[in-house]
Design a protein. Sequence first.
Length: 389
Amino acid sequence: MESEINENCILKNFSFEKLSDYQNVIKKNNLINILVIICLFFLIIIISLLILLYKLKFLLNKNINKFNSLKKSFDKNVNNSNKMSFNANSYILKNKYEEDIEFYNEIFELYLSNKTEYYIKGREKCMKKVGKNYNDNNITTIQDKLNWLIIHENPENKANIVDKILLHEYSKKILGKDICVPILKIYNNSDEIDIDKLPIQFVLKCNHGSGMNIICKNKFELNFTKAKLRLSSWMKINYGLRNFEYQYINVKKKIFAELYLGNDIKDYKIYCFNGEPKFIRVQKSLPDKSAKINNYYNLDWTLNDIETGLGSHYIRRPDIIFEKPINLNLMIEYARNLSSQFSFVRVDFYEINNTVFLGEMTFAPSNNRFGCKDMNQSITLGNLLKIYK
């Protein structure tokens, strides 16, 4: 009996020991499993981070390559456009007439030594380009007379007018208030532009020429790098020397951000002769942007039959009748006052929500290629302009 009890005790002790060992094993296995899971978790995180870094590197390289490609293409275009540079680093000009490099180098020297001769040679060259030789002794058409003014009138009197920033001051001086499109910010170069500080919609312009505009309808969709490159290229151009529009030559170049007025707005261009408005050109793009409608109106808003030879991009559409602007008389009065000091100037307005804005004033519309398709019409318009030799 005693032996049986001892045996049972031994068996019990053995069972408890085995159970304890078994539990320890389970604990160790659980701990190992937990450690394995933790290691796998961190491994997955590390692999995910490596994949993410690889993708970021790939995207970064792709954008860098895209930027380098764009910059290379831009530099190539700028280099091509700068072949004709007047032999002066300060005048990097667009290659408008490649075959005339020697001529432009010659007139640059003339500009430095004899401005009058430079004006005449430059204007003669421009007139040949549009298929008509300029004759200073036989000026009858509107185109002839506008070119005579460019050659003989003092351009310094017009510099503050064609400068799109200083025009605000001229408006204040003449009208007693600034009616120009509001300026948001002025910059010395494209690197100063902080797009984050501009509204969603705006317009970037250079103040020293024509056609140097970037219209931004949504800054989150704007290729700002490309926009800055374009602005930088424009800032290298002396618009006056390049286009023989001498009133621009000494304009101090700036970039400015301007209030966005809206999409596809009408442009009311009032032509003033000896301080008197004579007719109005309404310009508006076609819906598909393939061309711009250019209809001319008399001051009483009857359709005028003027048809200029500005190229296929500008078309006359008498079948499209533009409504008379609410502030037409006010625009005419503004134009009369603003043009009172000049033989000829075109004064451009916008009408937005019954408010009149002054866009610009130009003394050489379309680089003085304001010739009519009908010669008699050109002479008729020429008779409107009195010049005093």
